[in-house]
Design a protein around this ligand. Structure first.
Ligand SMILES: C[S@@+](CC[C@H](N)C(=O)[O-])C[C@H]1O[C@@H](n2cnc3c(N)ncnc32)[C@H](O)[C@@H]1O
Length: 212
């Protein structure tokens, strides 16, 4: 099992009622079920082809009684009492936010998210919805950085530094350094004619330096 999937699973607790949203192959749901990691597990897929793949994999693993699979958008067809923890991994921030917006009336207490892009938008938008960044793990696999963020309803002073660069963690130094160099080279290319973008890059550099 990939390090990314194992890390996503590491944030699940035994009493959680989990939905693996956008499960694709359902590897994560299968991993959780095989390890008896949570109270219940369901998996959802919007794409019929991926749904079929997930269905076959669950069948091959003999886990049809443990994983409920749904062909649906987000958790639209799931009853409120069936789920309290969403795992959404490998999707873009806009889709993730839409799924959470549609799901929020349903008693969700924890979100385990690995977004493919725009972590600032993810963290700042979720904060407005009452979900605060409480745990985080950054990892590199096959030369790609992944950030796994856990959001709960635990309110605290989540600053813009955290919205942009996550929770301070000495082990993330390499990730931060690579981002710092990327921002520096962007800064060299973007002129003040593109004022809004330039100022945003400078602001991100100012913030990231606080962690380096
Ligand atoms: C790149 S895959 C990620 C699979 C898996 N979550 C992982 O991290 O390995 C994204 C999956 O999300 C599904 N998806 C996209 N939007 C969705 C939505 N609104 N509801 C359910 N599934 C969705 C896609 O069909 C695709 O199979």
């Amino acid at each position: 099992m990939s390090l990314r999937i194992k890390t996503l699973a590491s944030f699940v607790n035994i009493m959680d009622k989990v939905a693996d949203v956008g499960c694709d192959h359902a590897y994560l749901a299968i991993y959780l079920a095989e390890n008896n990691s949570c109270q219940s597990i369901l998996a959802t897929e919007i794409n019929p082809h991926s749904y079929q793949n997930a269905s076959q994999n669950i069948k091959h693993a003999n886990l049809e009684d443990k994983i409920k699979l749904f062909l649906t958008d987000g958790i639209k067809d799931i009853a409120s009492n069936e789920v309290d923890t969403l795992i959404i991994a490998g999707l873009g921030t806009h889709t993730i936010l839409q799924i959470i917006k549609d799901a929020q009336a349903k008693n969700i207490k924890k979100l385990i998210i690995q977004s493919n892009n725009d972590l600032y938008l993810l963290r700042s938008s979720l904060k407005k919805r009452g979900f605060y960044l409480t745990k985080e793990k950054v990892l590199k696999e096959k030369d790609i950085w992944y950030t796994i963020d856990v959001f709960t309803l635990t309110k605290y002073k989540q600053t813009n530094l955290i919205n942009y660069w996550g929770i301070k963690e000495p082990l993330n130094k390499k990730y931060l350094q690579e981002n710092y160099h990327h921002l520096q080279s962007l800064n060299n290319k973007v002129t003040f004619k593109d004022l809004k973008r330039k100022l945003n890059i400078l602001y991100q550099i100012y913030l990231i330096k606080k962690y380096l």
